[in-house]
Design a protein around this ligand. Sequence first.
Ligand SMILES: [Zn+2]
Length: 164
Amino acid sequence: MNPPTNKDAHERARTLIALARPEAPSGSDQTWLAAHLETCASCRAFAENVRETVHGLRAIPIAAERSLVSTTQTRVRRRALELQRHRERLWLVSVSCIAVTLSALLSAVALWRGFEWLGGQARLASSVWQVGFLVFCVMPALVAGILLLARDTHLADHTGSYEG
Ligand SMILES: [Zn+2]
């Protein structure tokens, strides 16, 4: 084993094998390579490997086309599924919206009845319990609005402190 020169020779041989094109006419490099392959079993094996790989690569286009078709089909199927899920989600959201609206209406009606009853029990003027009902209904939205406003100012303060 003479590592440096031998290694260089193998390296050169393998580079030539890897870069060789069948249609390229053989120059002095190819002559040298042929001579090297005569004497070097491992580079001969490498060349054989490359030949087999190239042969195998020639068979790929058909396989690639086939896999392309199946990939496209998979993608189309996945997209269709996504669309279906999207539609289902939309349907779910609409149904929840309707349910929320209905329950809000129902609870408003119930509240109205409750306030009416309470007003009757307390012998209040109808305007009084009606105002009470309105305040009671508006209160959650009012509180939520105040909380959101507070959060917004809080966030604004934060970004302000980051910039400043
Ligand atoms: Zn060699």
